[in-house]
Design a protein. Structure first.
Length: 354
């Protein structure tokens, strides 16, 4: 397994990060443990989770995922071998995170979130703690609507003024000083947001942004437009989520198919990948993969891992077979011909699923 340094930190993470958002909903505790066993046998050392998980977010399931990771680490006695990342929710009117009230990125709410996550994970610290989505409402593809976390209308339902970045960052500074977290990251953020947090950190307001977790895949290359330069120059690592476009780049949804048991069939949460022109573009990429003699899922995963600005690709699976394919993408010999073919499609179709 290849590794890379996370931002300017001393953490060296595997190029593949194991995502966990299905554990506790589509997957049982035993399933989650089996996935972690396999991933770590293959050299993965990096797990990403969130207080929100599992997906879809519901009051009755929230927190199950972190508990599953906690029981696995306790059974294995391997906390020191795991680079563990979690996330605090951004602004939301969903009231089950904070005991019956909306949540914002203010001191009381962040402290409540991290303490609950640490208890569920059965650990004293997090290697990376991320803001799942911004406190402010941002009107583009990084909006948490797209991440399946919160609607713009939901964020707007919390009518207080947005929390200043400096105020939020100061809380993370206290968490680092208390030893509860080692490093700080963002998710579903814009160029302005990343730069603003960096600016406040340079003023001495808190920890520097180490990583950015945003969607990146064949049908969503918006990261390349502005964020790629920001992250490269500022040494902020991209943790690319949804490399398979929520399963739409596996081929299983081609021609309108909705296999029984698939996430889209179960939860009807595929709107990000059902935009105008999306079906045609997804099919074209899936057929392109087949023309190179590869499964679409393997091809799509290899594309993300072979982008020079991707520190780690966050993969998720509901079966061991799917995870095997995701892990195998690291071994694909990605050629100039493959990249040229992908770029030719991208030039015509753009980013249909931002």
């Amino acid at each position: 397994m290849q590794t890379r340094r996370l931002g300017r930190t001393d953490l060296v993470v595997s190029r593949i990060c194991l995502g966990s958002m299905t554990w506790g909903q589509q997957n049982t505790e035993a399933d989650g443990h089996a996935q972690m066993d396999l991933a770590f046998e293959r050299g993965v050392n990096f797990i990403d989770t969130a207080e929100l998980y599992p997906i879809p977010p519901k009051a009755e399931t929230q927190g199950r995922t972190e508990k599953i990771i906690g029981t696995w680490m306790k059974a294995k006695g391997n906390r020191d071998q795991v680079i563990l990342a979690s996330k605090v929710v951004g602004r939301t009117a969903n009231d089950w995170f904070r005991g019956g009230r909306p949540s914002k990125l203010v001191r009381a709410d962040i402290m409540d979130a991290v303490d609950k996550s640490l208890a569920k994970l059965q650990t004293d610290y997090l290697d990376l703690y991320q803001i799942h989505w911004p406190d402010r409402d941002i009107p583009w593809g990084a909006n948490p609507t797209r991440a399946g976390a919160a609607r713009r209308a939901d964020a707007a339902a919390v009518t207080d003024p947005e929390t200043p970045v400096a105020e939020t960052l100061a809380v993370f500074d206290d968490l680092v000083k208390a030893g509860k977290i080692r490093h700080f990251g963002l998710s579903n953020e814009s160029s302005w947001g990343v730069l603003r947090f960096l600016f406040e950190a340079e003023k001495g307001g808190g920890p520097r942004v180490s990583s950015l977790q945003n969607a990146y895949n064949l049908v969503n290359r918006t990261f390349e437009v502005n964020l790629e330069e920001v992250c490269e120059r500022e040494q902020v690592s991209l943790l690319a989520y949804s490399p398979l476009a929520q399963g739409y780049l596996t081929g299983k949804y081609d021609h309108g198919a909705r296999p029984q048991g698939s996430r889209t069939a179960l939860f009807n949460r595929g709107t990000r990948y059902e935009t105008p022109n999306a079906a045609e573009t997804l099919l074209e990429y899936n057929e392109l993969a087949r023309s190179f003699g590869m499964e679409p899922a393997l091809f799509a995963g290899a594309f993300v891992l072979n982008r020079p600005f991707v520190t780690a690709s966050i993969v998720g699976a509901t079966t061991i077979g799917q995870l095997e394919t995701a892990l195998s993408a690291i071994d694909v010999n990605w050629t100039e011909e493959m990249q040229a073919a992908v770029d030719a499609v991208h030039q015509r179709t753009g980013n249909p699923c931002p």
